[in-house]
Design a protein around this ligand. Structure first.
Ligand code: HAM
Length: 448
């Protein structure tokens, strides 16, 4: 890159800018509020973790781990830039012991790692945690799909084997979407049983057998998945595979009695909470840790990337990561997609204007303007104080461009008389007010 070349955000990453960030903050605030009412506490795990954590939790054969993680070697010793003089190449720092680390592609693995690391099984169970923040996957970028994207997620760890836990988690999620004003949400649920011969393993064997019979008619990805993970064939979006998939056996007919009873109870519990759902026997999800309940929510205005949330139960995961046998269930919302859908639905906030633009002229007026700006801001008003003197005409023009409601005009006359001029920029009405009367007037005008 030449010294004059402009830098751009890396492909698949982007800047979130005002006024959009106001909507992001509102959504995040709603999550804090709603999740708190259900007894969840916030966890902030690190952005990077040992690669092995994700490989073991999410699964080495999944797309996420095998293709999409940002992985690098964590050099041992000091970083090269702290060394004397010559830059020591990072590669020279590598030793066989240096650890492979990855930017997190998701956070469930981290939450389970933290549960074990901080002995949370000693706390009252279940432990309910939520998180929000950036995740990283090297996917092909498109609308609603980024390489740095944001999730808002929640996990419940420990506690009894109660379908009410699954249902209450989903109820909370739907309440959150409702409070955000998200339109056209559709909840799909399924049960993928547990890994036993008389349950999912038996079904997968049957599925593989059936898929082998139609192998020639399938695309390359599905053909490969017959061996690696036949369940993922059910995820296929390829047009010509749809009639073939429709004729495959359904997992619901192959669940063991306990998983069947659990699934039936989850549905009853959802109905008791007035949560509407659709069953989708093809909902298997792309991460290895799931068992029993899986669910996904789609929303309007998102095109092909319309899954705004995914989640499910993962009872064996804590144990797989070296902890005690522990139940677990959770979800992650794609915040970028949630925001997109809200914006498409007209929920975007308008650009933030100013309550008061202070048009000042003269040294005395400037000192008063500084004081007035401070007082008005501490009373909660959005105030613009221009950094250099402007003719009143120019200042009023700027005030309008910034979407200001009022202009406070401070010149020699105002300073001498102590009566300030307030102009309503929508009606062009002007009035003279003392400092105290101005504050009262603005409070009344803004309804505060
Ligand atoms: P996931 O289905 O991989 O599940 O991701 C959850 C959501 O994150 C997706 O439904 C989507 O909205 C959003 N998402 C995923 N990838 C991208 C991307 N490249 N760009 C934009 N949005 C994306 C998980 O991550 C699990 N950890 C969820 C979970 C929590 N299961 C149990 N607990």
């Amino acid at each position: 890159m030449s010294s004059k070349a402009k830098f751009q955000a890396i492909r698949g990453t982007r800047d979130l800018l005002p006024p959009d960030t106001a909507l992001w903050n509102r959504v995040e605030q709603t999550a804090h509020e709603v999740f708190t009412t259900y007894g969840y506490g916030e966890i902030r795990p690190p952005i990077f973790e040992p690669t092995d954590l994700f490989a073991r939790a999410v699964g080495g054969d999944t797309d996420i781990v095998s293709k999409e993680m940002y992985t690098f070697q964590n050099p041992t010793g000091l970083a090269p830039m702290f060394r004397e003089k010559e830059m020591v190449g990072t590669l020279a720092e590598m030793s066989p012991e240096s650890e492979m680390i990855s930017l997190r592609p998701e956070a469930t693995a981290s939450v389970c790692r933290a549960y074990i690391e901080h002995n949370m099984q000693q706390m009252p169970q279940p432990v309910k945690l939520y998180y929000m923040g950036p995740m990283f996957r090297r996917e092909r970028p498109q609308k609603g799909r980024y390489r740095q994207f944001y999730q808002i997620g929640a996990e419940i760890l420990g506690g009894p084997d109660a379908p009410a836990i699954d249902a209450e988690l989903i109820e909370m999620l739907m309440t959150f979407f409702d409070k955000c004003g998200l339109q056209g949400t559709e909840l799909s649920i399924n049960s993928i049983g547990h890994a036993a011969d008389n349950c999912r393993r038996g079904y997968v064997a049957k599925l593989r057998e059936e898929l082998l019979k139609v192998k020639d008619k399938l695309g390359a990805d599905s053909q490969r998945r017959i061996e690696t993970n036949p369940l993922r064939v059910l995820d296929s979006k390829l047009e010509h595979e749809q009639p073939i998939i429709a004729a495959l056996p359904h997992i619901a007919d192959h669940l063991c009695d306990e998983c069947k009873a659990h699934y039936a109870a989850v549905k009853r519990e959802l109905e008791a909470r007035g949560v509407t759902y659709r069953e989708n026997w093809r909902l298997v999800r792309g991460l290895d840790y799931y068992m029993r309940t899986t669910f996904e929510i789609t929303a309007k205005g998102l095109g092909s990337q319309n899954a705004v949330c995914g989640g499910g139960r993962y009872d064996g995961l804590v144990e797989l990561l070296g902890g005690p046998p522990t139940k677990g269930i959770g979800f992650a919302i794609g915040e970028d997609r949630l925001i997109l859908s809200l914006q498409e639905g007209g929920r975007a906030p308008a650009a933030q204007g100013r309550d008061v633009y202070i048009a000042w002229m003269g040294e005395h007026a400037y000192a008063t303007a500084i004081r007035a700006a401070k007082t008005l801001r501490s009373a909660g008003f959005r105030v613009e104080l221009p950094a250099s003197e402007l003719k009143f005409g120019k200042a009023l023009e700027r005030a309008s461009k910034l979407g200001s409601r009022f202009a406070l005009i401070l010149g020699d006359n105002e300073i001498q008389s102590g009566e300030w001029t307030l102009k309503n920029l929508a009606t062009s009405e002007q009035q003279k007010l003392s400092e105290q009367a101005l504050l009262e007037y603005l409070h009344t005008a803004s309804g505060s």
